[in-house]
Structure formats: structure tokens, C-alpha cells
Design a protein around this ligand. Structure first.
Ligand SMILES: [Zn+2]
Length: 97
């Protein structure tokens, strides 16, 4: 299969990778990481900040902020890399995961 095309799971039409609507059935194509993945990055950053806040003595508690932000940034980069070639196809009316 040509790497520049995808097969629509609904109507089996070949769809070019840069299009956003399937020409066969009008399903929507969405590229990149789903919003839920970025939500997880935010949760991971908040959790890392919270945990370091608990573990550190109160005089060093400010460090939990840069720790949380670094985890958030790292998770964001990782997610973008993992989902670099990810495409989701949804028919109109279906909600995004
Ligand atoms: Zn289709």
C-alpha cells in the first residue's frame, strides 16, 4: 500500500494522507494525537508535581512546579512522537475518543 494513502475503514476508499474528509463516505480524518493523550500528559505533570510536593520538605516545595512542568513537557513531546503517523477516521455524528 502506498504510504501516502490510507484505506477508509468504512467504505474502503483510498484516501490521500493530506485530506480531511473521505471522498467515499464523508468520514472525517484527524491526524496526530487524540486530545485524551494530552489530557494524560497534564495529569502526569500534575501528579509528578503533587508527589514531589509531598516528598520534599516545605522549604524545597517550590521545586515541585518545575518538576511538574518538565514531566508535562516531556510527556507532550513523547505523545507527539508516538502519534506522529496516527490517523483517526470517524464518520459524521460519531464522537472523537
Ligand atoms: Zn470512507
Amino acid at each position: 500500500m502506498n504510504p501516502d494513502t490510507l484505506k477508509c475503514p468504512y467504505c474502503q476508499t483510498s484516501v490521500r494522507r493530506d485530506t480531511h474528509v473521505c471522498p467515499g463516505c464523508q468520514a472525517f480524518l484527524r491526524y496526530g494525537a487524540p486530545d485524551a493523550a494530552y489530557g494524560l500528559a497534564v495529569i502526569a505533570g500534575a501528579a509528578a508535581g503533587f508527589i514531589s510536593d509531598m516528598k520534599l520538605p516545605s522549604s524545597l516545595a517550590w521545586i515541585s512546579w518545575p518538576v511538574g512542568l518538565m514531566v508535562l513537557a516531556g510527556a507532550g513531546v513523547l505523545i507527539r512522537r508516538l502519534y506522529r503517523h496516527h490517523v483517526e477516521i470517524r464518520r459524521a455524528g460519531e464522537t472523537w475518543r
